[in-house]
Write a protein that binds this ligand. Sequence first.
Ligand SMILES: [Zn+2]
Length: 415
Amino acid sequence: MKKLGKYSMGMGDRFGHQGYAQLKAIMEAAKNGVGITPVWNKSNREHMIIGTQPQDVRKEADAVTGAAGFTEPYFVDADHINLDTVERFIPASDFFTIDVASYIGKRADDSKIDTFLDRVKKYSGRIEIPGIKRTIRCSADQLWGIAENYLYAAGKAGEIYRKIEKSKGAGNFVTEVSMDEVATPQTPLELFFILLMLGEEKVPVQTIAPKFSGRFNKGVDYVGDPSQFAAEFEEDLMVIDHAIREFRLPSELKISIHSGSDKFALYPHIGSILKKHDKGVHLKTAGTTWLEEIIGLAEAGGEALDFAKSIYIQALEKTEELCAPYADVIDINVKMLPSAGLVRAWNSRKFASSLRHDQSNPDYNPNMRQLIHVAYKLAAQDMGHFFRLLDEHKEIVSQCVFDNMFTRHIKRIFL
Ligand SMILES: [Zn+2]
């Protein structure tokens, strides 16, 4: 069976130019004694906007690992696929993030609900989960609600899994189930029963991505109470541990955090809880390499700085259109976006420090950062120019990508 290591990291590289810099961060972690399995992820949405194919991600991953002589396992993740989109990802991917978000809340057949409720009645009342000290109550109503919300979705996860398995063969790919792109977080109790359902569906789930409390906006820090997150995260780990034993799930099953990158307020909590319980994690980051590319180009100055500025200025005019597909995962205060006139006069340092996620720098502007994060479509429309600049300023850009990955993410969680 294909397996991830204890620690793995999902990395997005929208334009396929930064794989080597990302891998270098992984290799630097190894030099510091921490093995992390690299996973290159790209969602259908990103492929559609840029006009790439899943095969392109595979080619990049094979090329950079080959060139670096990287002999450890690595994966290509069909990120957030469902029954409608999985097909074209099958040949090139060996990690599948089965996204059941759109199926949650749909109702399974009465007969299936009845069978489920019958099967779980022994849990009604109070559930003991080793490692969790508080009493977790579980009423008949709650069980009913969980069946109504999640049973259909678990069935769909089974259907999608079997479709992939039929083509690729059991054990030849990693299976993740994700439920993070929904409005309501799943409680540890819900997670427990969702894992039971996946066990019944015989989905050999190796990573599970719940939605946590608080906001996980793309490319910026966590919004919410980090200590509440920590408590929830720790309970989820205990639930997973218990579910592995109770529901015969793969022993390597671990939690997956769809972080949207840059959750600096959470990283110390995540790191210490993982160490406390000796648990693994899959940390999925977003396509923020694109932001590092723009920061690098801004630092390079001249034509490259002009290009970075033009992306921002165009984005200002198309804010609504660019933000629409990402409405649930960004929060931009448009009043805090600097005007085109202002930005035109900026130098390299001012532009780069407005965009770089360094909270100690007074120039840092999370609104501008989020807008540029979703503005990659504009670079896709001027790809020849963009790629030429990336090639001309390869060194400075890849240093930005590496620093971001290693210093701001890996070091804060794993080292
Ligand atoms: Zn996600």
